[in-house]
Design a protein around this ligand. Structure first.
Ligand code: NAD
Length: 312
């Protein structure tokens, strides 16, 4: 919106406390599911959509493990609907319906599954094994298929753990740790604390998405490509929690390590050479700098100031 775009959002579930409502005056927010192909076609055609950021997904690994069907429907069927809508409109007889210039699909580092070679590079095969990972591997492959078969102008992004103000998925490690320590409680870590992951500040991710969109708009040679987005500073869950404790000044609140998480890949992190080279994207924040910008929003959240009466 700051770049002058008219923005239309579609979500199945607008949470009352979501920051998205701050955009209501200037963006159109539609309640609906991407599992509905007709809805996808009509929104893209009738709103004259020129670019799609396809972010909607069941994005929580634990929920995917307990509810695979909903995850596969949102993440796989939803993705093929977005791409199929683009394919059908790309072949429309009326030129006014053929406005869509690009789609960015939010895939994930999880789409790679477990790999022998670290850090992951874009050419590595998609080999997720657990429900969330498989949903992202499939979505990623379907995007490639729509590009190769029908020239649908799609690119794929793959990030590790994103964090920043506004993330209401409180089971994720950064929101979980912040909300606990800001209430003066230790966080419980489900894993053994050793899994190694990337952590990327949301503003760096947004910047990468916008740079990619602008390139796709002007240069069709990047269509069909996948890009890792990473600050290339992976750390273990325990290191991540320690850094949060240091920023909040509560090193006394040592985490409780449960060690019960299953279906976890031990180490996964991304090589970002391609996005650095092709787009010139570089992260502006390290973990601590991003976290310092994030803490205030969670302080308000735990105090009930972000339109959230209380959180459990
Ligand atoms: N947050 C991360 O760490 C991370 C990392 C890598 C990739 N991703 C991917 O980036 C995207 C955005 O992630 P996020 O953290 O903002 O997730 P999020 O869970 O905060 O937001 C996803 C939104 O999609 C909506 N949604 C789910 N199923 C839908 C459906 N069938 N129809 C319409 N809306 C639906 C949900 O209501 C939710 O508002 C997702 O595709 C996610 O898989 C996220």
């Amino acid at each position: 919106m700051q770049k002058g775009a008219n923005v239309v959002g579609i979500d199945r579930d607008y949470k009352p406390e979501s920051m998205i409502h701050e955009l209501k005056a200037d963006a159109e927010l539609i309640e609906g599911t991407i599992e509905d192909l007709d809805l996808m076609i009509s929104i893209i055609r009738d709103r004259k959509i020129e670019f799609v950021f396809h972010l909607a997904a069941q994005s929580i690994v634990g929920t995917a493990n307990s509810n695979p069907l909903d995850t596969f429907k949102s993440n796989i069927e939803g993705t093929w609907n977005v791409l199929e809508a683009a394919r059908q409109l790309g072949q429309a007889s009326d030129i006014a319906d053929r406005r869509l210039r690009g789609i960015i699909l939010a895939s994930s580092d999880k789409a790679y599954g477990d790999q022998d070679v670290l850090p992951y590079i874009e050419d590595a095969p998609m080999q997720g094994r657990f429900p969330y990972d498989v949903s992202k591997s499939c979505a990623d492959l379907i995007a490639r298929s729509y590009f190769l078969s029908y020239k649908v102008p799609v690119c794929v992004t793959r990030c590790g753990n994103l964090f920043g103000a506004g993330d209401l998925n409180l089971s994720r490690i950064v929101p979980d740790t912040l909300t606990h320590v800001l209430r003066g409680e230790p966080v419980t870590i489900r894993s053994n604390g050793k899994p190694v992951r990337d952590y990327l500040y949301i503003k760096d991710a947004v910047n990468a998405y916008l740079m990619l969109a602008e390139r796709m708009w002007n240069d069709s040679s990047v269509h069909g490509e996948a890009f890792n987005i990473s600050n290339q500073a992976p750390m273990s869950v325990l290191e991540c929690v320690d850094k949060i404790l240091a920023v909040v000044g509560r090193e006394d609140l040592k985490p409780i390590i449960q060690g019960t998480a299953t279906r976890e890949i031990e180490e996964q992190f991304l090589d970002a050479t391609k996005i650095n080279t092709v787009l010139g994207w570089k992260p502006q924040y390290d973990f601590t700098a991003g976290l310092k910008e994030t803490v205030g929003w969670y302080k308000d959240l735990v105090k009930g100031r972000n339109s959230v009466a209380s959180i459990s």
